[in-house]
Design a protein around this ligand. Structure first.
Ligand SMILES: NC(=O)C1=CN([C@@H]2O[C@H](COP(=O)(O)OP(=O)(O)OC[C@H]3O[C@@H](n4cnc5c(N)ncnc54)[C@H](OP(=O)(O)O)[C@@H]3O)[C@@H](O)[C@H]2O)C=CC1
Ligand SMILES: CC(=O)N[C@@H](CCC(=O)OP(=O)(O)O)C(=O)O
Length: 316
């Protein structure tokens, strides 16, 4: 058997970091080289991820140390704005290393591939700098893209996410007490994922996010203005055709509920209602924000960058 690829993870204490540790530990072609956390330095990684079989400890590595450590790829699972020093150090000391960045920092940068494989697979394979999409932006683009040629005007999307979407730094959006029996709207205009989805779809979308009281799970409901009347079966057929070969996109008849996405590796899309006048269609997508919304997509991208089967190591 060939040597496994060595993977460094920076931001390993976080919500997406924990999912990535488990996925790396269970992947037949990957081995964890190091896991960076300042707060958990010295603790054993397999306390968090039993899938990691060796005695690797969390370490507080500097960006330069990350650049110098032996690794084929580094995944950055850091808050927006915190990864630049790591990217610069890798660029300077070991530019051949693959970087998968989970933040929003490089999603608008043409020097980085945008890692939404179901839509842009051919632009990701073999690349060394990959920006992993946002969680809502993933569900939104998958819910809109198949109908792009049938649209007349901007789609409008209502989104709901679990509070793990807001990371571990305390904020009203991850305050479980405040969210109890509650639903919190935020970023009513100009959410970063509205800009991200608009940019990569090549069409303006409108998006209003909300956070719900459960830890994980995300739903978007898309209102899609149609250029010419369509029947609900026609809308559904467009989605079935678009995703027929995609193991991480499931099409169902009725609208998925939030729980249909929670814990699922991929996205489930359904609903496919059309207004009585044929003016607009409504499509619903459910996803786990920490899985296809972050870590699963990062492993898809890593597999593509390494030249492996895109789905190896993933529960498809
Ligand atoms: N949560 C989600 O659903 C999704 C998140 N993302 C994106 O993924 C990234 C990670 O998110 P998430 O896991 O939720 O974040 P968390 O807040 O849960 O974790 C952040 C991690 O970054 C480390 N960290 C924080 N600040 C710094 C810093 N200045 N320098 C070095 N390390 C730092 C922390 O570890 P320590 O302090 O111990 O070093 C921790 O491991 C974010 O950019 C987020 O937007 C993308 C899609 C979905
Ligand atoms: C509930 C909640 O706060 N969700 C986050 C989800 C976005 C996210 O994870 O951010 P990145 O674009 O950096 O990947 C938000 O709306 O900002």
């Amino acid at each position: 058997m060939s040597e496994p690829y060595l993977i460094g993870l920076v931001g390993a204490r976080g919500h997406t970091g924990a999912e990535l540790l488990r996925l790396i530990g269970g992947h037949p072609e990957l081995m964890l080289a190091f896991a960076v956390s300042r707060e958990w330095a010295g603790r054993r990684v397999n306390e968090i991820a039993p899938e990691i079989l060796d005695d690797c400890l969390f370490e507080a590595l500097t960006p330069e140390e990350v650049g110098d450590r032996r690794a084929d790829a580094v995944i950055l699972a850091l808050p927006d704005g915190a990864g630049a020093d790591y990217v610069a150090a890798i660029q300077k000391r070991a530019p051949e290393k693959i970087i998968i960045d989970l933040s929003a920092d490089y999603r608008f940068d043409d020097a980085w591939a945008y890692g939404l494989p179901e839509l842009f697979r051919h632009r990701i394979a073999g690349k060394r700098r990959i920006a992993n999409p946002g969680c809502y932006a993933t569900a939104m683009q998958l819910a809109v893209a198949p109908l792009l040629d049938h649209l007349d005007g901007p789609p409008s999307l209502f989104g709901v996410s679990g509070y793990s979407g807001a990371g571990t730094t305390p904020s009203p959006r991850n305050d479980a007490e405040r969210l109890k029996d509650n639903l919190m709207p935020y970023a009513l205009a100009g959410h970063k994922h509205e800009r991200e989805a608009s940019r990569h779809l090549g069409r303006t979308v409108r998006f209003t996010p909300h956070v719900h009281p459960a830890f994980r799970g995300l739903l978007v409901t898309a209102h899609l203005p149609l250029a010419a009347p369509m029947k609900a079966e026609e809308v559904r057929a467009v989605f079935i055709k678009a995703y027929k070969d995609e193991p991480l996109v499931s099409i169902i008849d009725g609208p998925p509920e939030l729980k249909d996405g929670t814990g699922r590796a991929g996205v489930v899309i359904g609903g496919f209602a059309v207004s009585a006048d044929g003016d607009h269609a409504v499509v619903v997508a459910a996803e786990d924000n920490l899985l296809k919304g972050a870590s699963v997509q990062a492993i898809q991208n890593l597999n593509l960058a390494l030249g492996l089967d895109e789905f190896v190591g993933l529960p498809v």
